[in-house]
Ligand binder design. Structure first.
Ligand code: 8X3
Length: 256
């Protein structure tokens, strides 16, 4: 697929995998529709994307959890940005690392609202247009955590298991249309993920990556780009990728 001037919509584009994905598609000459909650950070990504060769950037300030705002944002896109070719459902987060029976309900709400319901709201708003236009690709960001739960992460892992099955269900529902559906399921990636999980506790976040060379956000962006660049008749259903120091969501090799 030639991505020149294709409209690529990325949620959670202000940092981490979302920002790296924006830059990877920018280098292909795509037009980027970028959404995030943090307008300042998003503006930085937008200007870097233009430097790298994006054919245009349109940024929207959006929290994917707000169902009405999601629908309104998509409905009110300027005409020249409305025909989305690729949707990257990237916005997601983890909060806390607690036993389920003592966990914080507010943390659960935030993870499920963002990782599951936010992804559904965006999908529901964008995919009908893809079906009508007879072209499109939905890329959902899952996780190795969606395959195998780890202790104290039941709700985060459950939210990513939901993404995996929503991904598979959507692919079935789109059978008979040319719209493709892919889930990209990385293991540990060095982003603000752990800092967000531990609400800014940098010391605790650093421990997560101790002795391990994690994936970089760019590695995941390259996998997304690869899946999208396949010929139109090829649908990559799932891509699972980890650092060589990680076998699954439970098993790591840590250098002393
Ligand atoms: C992130 C993977 O295992 O660090 O989705 O939670 S993990």
């Amino acid at each position: 697929m030639d991505l020149k001037r294709k409209i690529v919509f990325i949620t959670g584009a202000s940092a981490g995998i979302g920002a790296a994905t924006a830059l990877a598609f920018a280098a292909e000459g795509a037009r980027l529709l970028l959404a995030a909650r943090r307008a300042g950070k998003l503006a930085e990504v937008a200007s870097r994307a233009l430097e790298l060769g994006a054919a245009g950037v349109h940024s929207v300030h959006l929290d994917v959890c707000h169902r009405i705002a999601v629908q309104r944002t998509i409905d009110e896109l300027p005409e020249e940005w409305a025909q989305i070719d690729v949707l990257v459902n990237n916005a997601g987060l983890s909060r806390g690392l607690d036993k389920l029976y003592t966990g914080k309900v507010d943390d659960w709400e935030e993870m499920i609202d963002t990782n599951v319901k936010g992804l559904l709201y965006i999908t529901r708003s964008v995919v009908p247009g893809m079906v009508v236009r007879g072209r499109g690709h939905v890329v959902n960001l899952g996780s190795t955590a969606g395959d195998l739960a780890y202790p104290n992460g039941a709700v985060y892992c459950g939210s990513k298991a939901a993404v995996r099955l929503i991904n598979d269900g959507l692919r079935q529902d789109l059978l008979g249309t040319p719209v493709r559906v892919t889930s990209i399921e990385p293991g540990m990636v060095e982003t603000d993920f752990s800092l967000v999980r531990f609400r800014g506790d940098a010391e605790r976040a650093a421990k997560v990556y101790k002795g391990v060379t994690p994936l970089a956000a760019k590695d995941v962006a390259e996998a997304i780009l690869w899946a999208v660049k396949q010929p139109d008749h090829v649908n990559i259903a799932r891509v699972v990728l980890t650092s060589v120091h990680q076998a699954n969501s439970l098993l790591f090799h840590r250098e002393p």
